[in-house]
Structure formats: structure tokens, C-alpha cells
Design a protein around this ligand. Structure first.
Ligand SMILES: *[C@@H]1O[C@H](CO)[C@@H](O)[C@H](O)[C@H]1NC(C)=O
Ligand SMILES: *[C@@H]1O[C@H](CO)[C@@H](O)[C@H](O)[C@H]1NC(C)=O
Ligand SMILES: *[C@@H]1O[C@H](CO)[C@@H](O)[C@H](O)[C@H]1NC(C)=O
Ligand SMILES: *[C@@H]1O[C@H](CO)[C@@H](O)[C@H](O)[C@H]1NC(C)=O
Length: 389
């Protein structure tokens, strides 16, 4: 009872605060029904975004992110990575990723999980451990089992193995490939599948779209996992592109179909299209829109392409400028949350692709669980609201 009263107070305080905002942000861009709703009407499962807890207190950001018509799927950008979720051996830290999962559930959004076996963002105990085949197998098995079990039945999909390939299509040198050889691939998929048989299990990588040797390496990985009778259901094309260098629609369709021929579904899992020169001129802005549209059309063209996730939707929080200094403005919304020409172009293409099926039912908002889910998240808003009063 106390909790319910507290929850009511939290909600009404945040509502009052919202009413006091002078210029409410456009949660859905004008003339758009929202990218996810348009994507579903075009016969796909989702249009989603990466999100992280350190963005949660940004209210204009949340006004867009929490709208399930705009983004129908959340992916935690960092909080399920190994260094974040098992920083020391046997010590798990689920809180941040849990709050992303709970927010997705509250909003009526799908949840996509990222990632289990990856050479980067590893904690020191894994990266610099002294391993034998047996001890690393045990640690990898324990990690995957614990994390997948924790999110069992919540994840539409898991990126089980991420970025295992070098650009030439051979296995990248990593603690996993060096100690275990290629067997870490089927091992990871078998263990993940045993822990959550309902999650779609993906191999996820970048530059498969632009580097034929790497795409060939990914096809070999899929075949190797299948030959070992381990489960694999999807290929994730990260789709980190650059303006003017984005593969065209035809090339992206052909690429997807090579994996569909092996029985997989496909997804563009981390889409962004970075400008090479900032600020971008009008020609580059128009080209960015064309590049985004080609990727969206390539998903629409392939029946087994289930959806698209953008790796953040606003230039304010994109990873690109930090990792590639000088590049940026890669997202669909600018820093002030205004939809860019790329947003409008994507929305138009999706609207034109509507299948004519009746629209899906409105997303479920889970009522009872708001208390546990949102109490912690709204608390800073409440404090701010009292301060405004
Ligand atoms: C592993 O050790 C190297 C060399 O000491 C160090 O540079 C690196 O940061 C360590 N990696 C991790 C993940 O701690
Ligand atoms: C592939 O690339 C890796 C990383 O650059 C390199 O170490 C390896 O020798 C290359 N293999 C072949 C067969 O070219
Ligand atoms: C699309 O890209 C492929 C591969 O780069 C190229 O061969 C083809 O000519 C391009 N098609 C169009 C219509 O530009
Ligand atoms: C616009 O920017 C692009 C990319 O930097 C550049 O190649 C092009 O020359 C620019 N065009 C004009 C008209 O300035």
C-alpha cells in the first residue's frame, strides 16, 4: 500500500512537471506515425534503438525513446557487456541492464540483448587471466549460463557472439580464439540455447556489408555452428556506415540472402550513417537520407529481415565522435531532438510500404509493475519537480 501511494505520488509529480514544460518535445516527428508503428505496418517486427541508463534523466530524450510507436525495441548499449555485468569472477552486476529491460517492458517494447562472447570490453580477470582450455571453457560457460538465465524469456534475441572476425575473414585473435580455437563459437551458441530456448541466437559483426572476405568468414562461422549441431537463428549486420560509402540496396539484399539461404533471419542491428565532414553541408545531409533509406529498403525487400535497430537515435548521444574523432552527426535526430531529413525520408519509405494489414493492437502498458520498475527512475524527476514547485 505504501508502495502504491508512493508510486501515485511519483507519477503525479512527474506529470505535473511535464505540464510545466514550456516546449514539449515532439515525441513523434510531424507527419510520422512513429518509425516502429510504420515498420510493423510494413510487415516487420521492430524498429528499435540502443539506449543506456546514463541517458535516463534526459526528459526530452525519454519523450522520444519511451514512445513505443517510435521505437518498439530497446537494446542496452553497454550494460550487458561482460565488463559491466560480471566485472569480477562470480560477481554479477545486473542493475543497469535490468532497468533497461524493465523500462522496455513498461513501455510495451521488445528487448534485444547484447552481448555474450566478445573480445572487447572484457573485465581484467578474463582479458588478462591465465587460462587453460578447461578453465576458460568453464568461465565462458558460467558467464553465458548466468546472464542468459537472468534474462530468460525477456530477450527477443541475444547477440551470442560479437565481432569474432578479422577483416580478412579469419578468426580475430582474442582470448577466446587463442585458448579455445574455433570451438568457442558452437560452445557459446549451445550454452546460450540451453539457458533460454526461446531467444533467437545471433552472430553479430560490422563491415560484413562492405568487406567480402569478412562476409565469407561469417558464412563459414554459421556453417561451422550448424555443423556442430548448435542452434543459430540470425545474422546481425551492425550497419555502421559512412555518408556516401553506404552499400546500396541491391548489395545489401544480395548479402542478406546468402545468410537466408543457410536458414537464418537477418537484422540491421546497430545502424548509423556518419558524416565525414562537420558540419555537414546540404548535399551531405541529403546523401545521408538516401543512405539510410537504402538500408531500410533492403530490409523491406527481404522477407526474413525482421527489423532495424539504430545505435542511438540522437547525435547528442552517438558513440561515433568519441571513437572516430572528426566524424559524427550519424543519427536520425539532431542534438536538439529534431528529426533530420534522414528521419523524414525513412518514415516516408516505410509509410509507402504499408501492407494494408490492420494495424497491430496498441502496445500493452504493464500497470502493476510500475512501482518496482519506475520508482528508482522517476526519483530524480520528482526531486526536480519539487524544486520547481
Ligand atoms: C590487460 O593487461 C594489459 C597489460 O598490463 C593492460 O594494458 C590492459 O589494460 C589489461 N586489460 C584489461 C581488460 O584489464
Ligand atoms: C588476417 O588478418 C589478421 C589480422 O590482421 C592477420 O594476423 C592474419 O595473418 C591474416 N591472415 C591471413 C591468412 O591473411
Ligand atoms: C550496388 O553496389 C554493387 C556493389 O558495390 C555494385 O556492383 C552495383 O553496381 C551497385 N548498383 C547500383 C544500382 O548502384
Ligand atoms: C559538401 O560536403 C561534401 C562532403 O564533405 C563535399 O565532398 C562537397 O564538396 C561539399 N559540397 C559543397 C557544395 O560544398
Amino acid at each position: 500500500m505504501l508502495l502504491l501511494l508512493t508510486s501515485g505520488l511519483l507519477v503525479s509529480a512527474s506529470t505535473l512537471l511535464a505540464e510545466r514544460q514550456q516546449t514539449p518535445p515532439a515525441a513523434v516527428a510531424p507527419e510520422s506515425q512513429g518509425l516502429h508503428r510504420l515498420m510493423v505496418n510494413a510487415g516487420k517486427l521492430y524498429f528499435g534503438t540502443a539506449i543506456e541508463t546514463n541517458n535516463f534523466n534526459d526528459r526530452p530524450y525519454r519523450a522520444i525513446a519511451d514512445n513505443p510507436d517510435e521505437f518498439g525495441m530497446y537494446v542496452p548499449e553497454n550494460s550487458q557487456k561482460w565488463e559491466a555485468i560480471q566485472p569480477r569472477q562470480g560477481v554479477f552486476s545486473f542493475d543497469a541492464a535490468d532497468s533497461v529491460a524493465r523500462l522496455a517492458k513498461t513501455n510495451g517494447q521488445l528487448f534485444r540483448c547484447h552481448t555474450l562472447t566478445w573480445h572487447s570490453q572484457l573485465p581484467p580477470f578474463v582479458q588478462n587471466g591465465t587460462w587453460t582450455r578447461a578453465t576458460l571453457t568453464a568461465v565462458l560457460t558460467a558467464h553465458i549460463t548466468s546472464v542468459v538465465t537472468h534474462y530468460k524469456s525477456l530477450c527477443y534475441a541475444w547477440d551470442v557472439v560479437n565481432e569474432a572476425l578479422a577483416e580478412n575473414g579469419t578468426l580475430r585473435a582474442s582470448v577466446f580464439s587463442q585458448i579455445l580455437g574455433p570451438s568457442f563459437l558452437p560452445l557459446s551458441f549451445s550454452v546460450a540455447g540451453a539457458a533460454d530456448p526461446s531467444a533467437k541466437l545471433y552472430y553479430n559483426d560490422f563491415n560484413l556489408e562492405t568487406t567480402p572476405a569478412k562476409a565469407a568468414g561469417a558464412l563459414r562461422i554459421v556453417q561451422q555452428i550448424q555443423a556442430a549441431a548448435a542452434p543459430i537463428h540470425g545474422i546481425g549486420f551492425q550497419a555502421h556506415f559512412r555518408v556516401g560509402q553506404t552499400p546500396n540496396r541491391t548489395a545489401l539484399v544480395t548479402l542478406q540472402n546468402r545468410f537466408v539461404a543457410l536458414g537464418l533471419e537477418t537484422s540491421f542491428t546497430e545502424l548509423d550513417v556518419a558524416h565525414l565532414t562537420l558540419p555537414a553541408n546540404a548535399t551531405a545531409v541529403a546523401r545521408q537520407a538516401t543512405d539510410y533509406v537504402g538500408v531500410v529498403q533492403a530490409c523491406l525487400d527481404v522477407p526474413r529481415c525482421v527489423g532495424i535497430v539504430v545505435w542511438q537515435f540522437t547525435d547528442k548521444y552517438s558513440w561515433i565522435p568519441n571513437t572516430f574523432p572528426g566524424l559524427g552527426d550519424a543519427c536520425l535526430f539532431d542534438r536538439d531532438f529534431k528529426p533530420k531529413p534522414a528521419y523524414t525520408a525513412v518514415a516516408s519509405v516505410l509509410a509507402a510500404a504499408a501492407t494494408g494489414r490492420p494495424p497491430p493492437p496498441p502496445p500493452q502498458r504493464s500497470g502493476g509493475s510500475r512501482v518496482g520498475m519506475l520508482g528508482g527512475l522517476l526519483w530524480p524527476v520528482v526531486v526536480a519537480g519539487l524544486f520547481v514547485w
